[in-house]
Design a protein around this ligand. Structure first.
Ligand SMILES: *[C@@H]1O[C@H](CO)[C@@H](O)[C@H](O)[C@H]1NC(C)=O
Ligand SMILES: *[C@@H]1O[C@H](CO)[C@@H](O)[C@H](O)[C@H]1NC(C)=O
Ligand SMILES: *[C@@H]1O[C@H](CO)[C@@H](O)[C@H](O)[C@H]1NC(C)=O
Ligand SMILES: [Zn+2]
Length: 481
C-alpha cells in the first residue's frame, strides 16, 4: 500500500477498503464523519489526511484495496460517484459469457457524446463532461457522473458487474448491537429437532412453487408478464398479484413506493400473538433483469426463486394455521438490481422507527444446480452477521440434511441493507461457491430449463421457514368447529 505523493498533500484521500463486517470498526466513532458506505464488496472512506480516522484505519485494517487523493464533491456540485465492481462468478460462466463492460461504457458515452466514432476508446472524457473515469482497474471502476446529464441508473450495468451510486454524504456506522447478537446466540443455543417444525416446513408445496413461478415469469401465458425489471409495467402486475396472494394467507400487506419510477416494495405482516415488539423478517427481491438490450426479464432464478419461496412459506403458514409468538414480516423488495435501493429504503425506515428486529434472512437465487453437483445451500462469506449465518447452517443440518452447506462469495443481496443498519442479517443462496447459473442476468432465466431444481428450491425454503419458526416461536391454531 503506497500513499500518494506529497504534492497532493492537501487533497483528502478516498479509501476503498475490501468489505469487512462493520463490527471491525465498532469503536471507530472517530471515523463516523468519514464513512461513505458500501457497494458490493467495497467500503468507502473519505478521510482528511491529517485527521485521526486515517491513523485509525491504518492501524485496524491496513488491507485497503486502494487509496486515492480525491477532492470532495462540494467542489463539483451536481455530481456523484458511481462504482462498478466485477461479481464473483464461476469460471464456467466468466469464460462463456461475453464481458459487456465495453458495450456498457460505449452506451454511457453515447448518452454523453452521441458521435462516438469507430475505434475510439470509450470514456476518454475529462473534467466537465457528464461522465469521468476516476479509477479503472481490472475488477472495479470509479466514475464521477453528472446526474442531470446522465440517467445512469436507467442503463443496465454489464451482466457480470455490480453497479451503484456512492452516497454523497457520510453514512453512519451502525454495528449490530451486542444485545441483538446475544439474542441470536440464544436462539441458536435452543435449536434442536422439533417434529412439528419439520412437519410444517415439509408442507411447502412444489406444484404450487411451479405454478407461482410460471405466473411471475410469464411462462404460463396467463399473467402477461414480460419483465419484472424495476421500471417495467410487468413489475406492477407482479406487485398487485403478490400482494393479493400474500393477503390470501392472512397477512396484512402494503405496497410501499420508495423512489419514483420504481416498482414498490411489498411488505406483509403477521401480527404477534403475544404483546411484543420483536419481529422476525424473511425476504427476497421480486425485481429482475434480462440480457443487455432485451426487454424480456423473466428472472425465474434471480430472484423469482426467492420470491416464490417466500410466497410458498406464506401459503404454508395459512394451510397449517401457524400463529407466531412475535411479529413476522415477509418482504419482497424492488430496486435490488439497481443497488439494493428498495431494501435500503426499508431498512433505513425500520432503523429510524427503532424497530426491534430479531433477525432477517434474505433469499436470493435458490433454484439453479450445476450438472453433477449435489443440492446445496450457500451462505455469505463476508457480508452479514456470522451468528445468523451459523443459526441458518445449523437449522439446515436439522431440517434439510439433503443440502451440502458452505460459503459463497456471491455478493450482496438485500440482507446487506439490513446489516448496514445494525440488524442481524444473512442470506441463503443456491451454491456453496460463486454464481454458476448460465442464465444469470439473462433473458433466458426461465423455470422450465436444465438445472432449475424445484427440489433444491424447496429444501432451501424449508431452511428459511424453519429459521423463522424457531426464531419467532409459534403454535398451531386449533380448529374451532
Ligand atoms: C451448530 O452445528 C455445529 C455443527 O454440527 C455444532 O458443532 C454446534 O454445536 C451447533 N451449535 C449449536 C449452538 O447447537
Ligand atoms: C400439506 O398439508 C395439507 C393438510 O394440512 C395436506 O392436505 C397436504 O397434502 C400437505 N402437503 C404436503 C406437500 O405435504
Ligand atoms: C425487543 O423485544 C424484547 C422482547 O420483548 C425486549 O426484551 C427488548 O427490550 C426489545 N428491544 C428493543 C430495542 O425494543
Ligand atoms: Zn438477485
Amino acid at each position: 500500500m503506497l500513499l500518494p505523493p506529497p504534492s497532493a498533500a492537501l487533497i483528502p484521500l478516498f479509501i476503498i477498503a475490501s468489505y469487512n463486517p462493520l463490527n471491525v470498526y465498532q469503536d471507530a466513532a472517530i471515523c463516523s464523519d468519514s464513512y461513505y458506505g458500501a457497494v458490493g464488496n467495497s467500503n468507502f472512506f473519505w478521510v482528511d489526511r491529517q485527521g485521526p480516522c486515517l491513523k485509525y484505519l491504518l492501524s485496524h485494517d491496513p488491507q485497503f484495496t486502494s487509496i486515492h487523493p480525491l477532492r470532495l464533491l462540494e467542489h463539483r456540485s451536481g455530481t456523484s460517484l458511481f462504482w462498478l465492481e466485477r461479481e464473483a462468478v464461476d469460471e464456467s460462466l466468466s469464460l462463456s459469457a461475453k464481458d459487456e463492460l465495453f458495450e456498457y461504457l460505449v452506451e454511457l458515452e453515447g448518452l454523453n457524446a452521441p458521435s462516438l466514432s469507430e475505434g475510439q476508446q470509450p470514456l476518454n472524457t475529462g473534467v466537465g463532461s457528464a461522465i469521468e473515469v476516476l479509477l479503472r482497474g481490472p475488477d472495479a471502476l470509479l466514475l464521477r457522473v453528472d446526474l442531470q446529464r446522465t440517467p445512469i441508473l436507467e442503463v443496465p450495468p454489464p451482466r457480470l458487474w455490480k453497479a451503484a451510486l456512492i452516497s454523497d454524504s457520510p453514512v453512519p456506522f451502525t454495528p449490530v448491537p451486542s444485545l441483538a447478537v446475544d439474542r441470536v446466540k440464544q436462539i441458536l443455543s435452543k435449536v434442536k429437532f422439533d417434529p412439528l417444525v419439520a412437519s410444517v416446513v415439509n408442507n411447502i408445496s412444489v406444484p404450487q412453487l411451479k405454478n407461482d413461478i410460471r405466473f411471475l415469469t410469464g411462462e404460463d401465458g396467463k399473467s402477461g408478464i414480460e419483465s419484472r425489471h424495476s421500471f417495467s409495467d410487468g413489475i406492477l402486475v407482479a406487485a398487485e398479484w403478490l400482494k393479493a396472494r400474500m393477503e390470501d394467507t392472512g397477512a396484512t400487506c402494503e405496497l410501499k413506493p420508495f423512489l419514483s419510477g420504481f416498482g414498490p416494495n411489498i411488505i406483509c405482516t403477521y401480527a404477534a400473538s403475544t404483546k411484543t415488539s420483536e419481529t422476525v423478517l424473511l425476504s427476497a427481491h421480486y425485481d429482475s433483469r434480462g440480457s443487455f438490450g432485451s426487454t424480456r426479464a423473466p428472472g425465474a432464478d434471480d430472484d423469482g426463486s426467492g420470491t416464490v419461496s417466500i410466497l410458498g412459506i406464506a401459503r404454508t403458514i395459512a394451510r397449517r394455521r401457524v400463529k407466531f409468538r412475535t411479529n413476522v414480516q415477509l418482504c419482497l423488495f424492488a430496486g435490488e438490481e439497481q443497488g439494493l435501493l428498495g431494501s435500503r429504503a426499508y431498512a433505513r425506515e425500520l432503523r429510524a422507527a427503532g424497530a426491534n428486529l430479531t433477525l432477517m434472512v434474505q433469499a436470493d437465487m435458490l433454484a439453479y444446480r450445476a450438472p453433477g453437483e449435489p443440492p446445496q445451500l450457500g451462505l455469505p462469506d463476508i457480508i452479514g452477521s456470522p451468528e445468523v449465518t451459523q443459526l441458518v447452517a445449523n437449522v439446515s443440518a436439522i431440517y434439510s440434511p439433503e443440502l451440502s452447506v458452505g460459503f459463497t462469495p456471491a455478493c450482496c443481496s438485500d440482507h446487506q441493507s439490513f446489516h448496514e443498519q445494525g440488524f442481524p442479517a444473512t442470506q441463503v443462496f443456491e451454491r456453496a461457491g460463486p454464481i454458476a447459473d448460465p442464465m444469470y442476468h439473462n433473458s433466458g432465466d426461465l423455470s422450465d430449463r436444465e438445472g432449475y431444481d424445484f427440489g433444491q428450491l424447496k429444501s432451501i425454503g424449508k431452511v428459511q421457514f424453519a429459521t423463522l419458526l424457531h426464531a419467532a416461536g409459534f403454535f398451531i391454531e386449533e380448529d374451532d368447529e
